[in-house]
Design a protein around this ligand. Structure first.
Ligand SMILES: N[C@@H](CCC(=O)N[C@@H](CS)C(=O)NCC(=O)O)C(=O)O
Length: 344
């Protein structure tokens, strides 16, 4: 039976659209799926936004207006004829709704958090992945125990609860659940495979196979996360840990070490043999330069300190300073020599 004017906008292979398409098979109605739908374009047009203000798919166009959110679309389609997809009693209907909500929050949410980074949809984060996997395993454990004595979730026939749980586990059983992951949940696997074998399901989803390994996250994103984040985090951590211990962060320490190395490499002035800084082997120290040449010193050039060509006497002295600092449990003492020049 063709339902008048029912158009389902979706990109192909969208597991959320499977919900309405499978329900339509049970309702024995046809949903038109436009083949010219362009994801990211069609769903952003003003006409589309009138049907679904969020501009997302799936979206169902009826002769009276649009319906959005895949569960709501599936519910609407399941009620278009006497499908039995809500069970036989009021309690059955409530349980169908219970499992639909469970599926959305406990299965779809964590599975999406785990899987989407593996498809490059969002950035990969190891901690988030572990948390999502843990939450998903917990929910699958609940589902597995419940299905131990049951073929379907509510009653003895397929309901909308089965359809929605099936669709929400689609990415898992086709891309993410490798043999090791699915091993503790044999009843969920049997349930899912039983549904996949139903003609109303297989007509929509086509062929599929259980994954032998988990889809790998895009290499670039993973390595970027590995290369930059932890390094920056490590430096940050070292820096703040050092600050907490009253020490300088690592970059400053490195600069200090370089400066000390430069100072220790002083070479004698070719004329007076005094160690000079900055050190350029074979060159003259500033005092020699002032004495021997007509070169104007920067001080003289500034006009603030007039220095006559016949220089007055100069005296130099080295001041040794010791500084102790703490590095972890050890005390480090640094000795710095400073040359002071006095012109009289
Ligand atoms: N909770 C929604 C999810 C809808 C959704 O996120 N759809 C995605 C594709 S799976 C979309 O249309 N994204 C387009 C966009 O965000 O612009 C449902 O169940 O229908």
């Amino acid at each position: 039976m063709a339902a008048d004017g029912l158009v389902l906008y979706t990109n192909s292979g969208n597991k959320n659209s499977y919900k309405a398409l499978i329900a339509a098979e049970y309702a024995n109605i046809k949903l038109d799926v436009p083949s010219d739908f362009q994801f990211g374009e069609t769903n952003k047009t003003p006409e589309f936004l009138k049907l679904n203000p969020a501009g997302k798919v799936p979206t169902l166009k009826t002769s009276n207006g649009g319906i959005f959110e895949s569960n709501a679309i599936a519910r609407y389609v399941a009620r278009l004829s006497d499908t039995g997809l809500f069970g036989d009693t009021l309690l059955d209907t409530a349980l169908v709704e219970s499992w639909i909500d469970f599926s959305t929050t406990e299965l779809d949410g964590p599975l999406a958090s785990w899987a989407y980074p593996h498809f490059g949809i969002v950035a990969y984060d190891k901690k988030k992945e572990a948390a999502a996997q843990q939450a998903l395993k917990k929910a699958l454990g609940v589902l597995d125990a419940y299905l131990k004595t049951r073929t379907y979730l509510v009653g003895d026939a397929v309901t909308l609860a089965d359809i929605i749980v099936f669709a929400n586990l689609w990415l898992g059983y086709t891309k993410m659940f490798d043999p090791e992951f699915r091993k503790p949940f044999p009843n969920v696997l049997r349930f899912w495979q039983t549904l996949a074998a139903q003609p109303q399901f297989s007509k929509v989803v086509g062929s599929w196979s259980l994954p032998t390994e988990v889809v790998k996250p895009p290499a670039a994103k993973e390595s970027k996360a590995k290369d930059t984040k932890p390094k920056a985090a490590k430096q940050d951590k070292e820096g703040s840990a050092a600050k907490q211990r009253g020490l300088q962060p690592p970059q400053q320490k490195q600069q200090q070490r370089q400066q000390l190395r430069r100072l220790s490499q002083r070479t004698p002035c070719h004329n007076c043999r005094r160690p000079q800084w900055p050190s350029t082997p074979g060159s003259a120290c500033i005092l020699t330069r002032l004495r021997q040449s007509s070169e104007r010193s920067p001080l003289e050039a500034s006009g603030r300190v007039p220095i006559s060509p016949a220089l007055p006497t100069t005296s130099t002295s080295w001041v040794t300073t010791r500084r102790a600092s703490r590095c972890g449990a050890a005390t480090i003492s640094t000795t710095t020599k400073t040359m002071s020049i006095s012109l009289s």
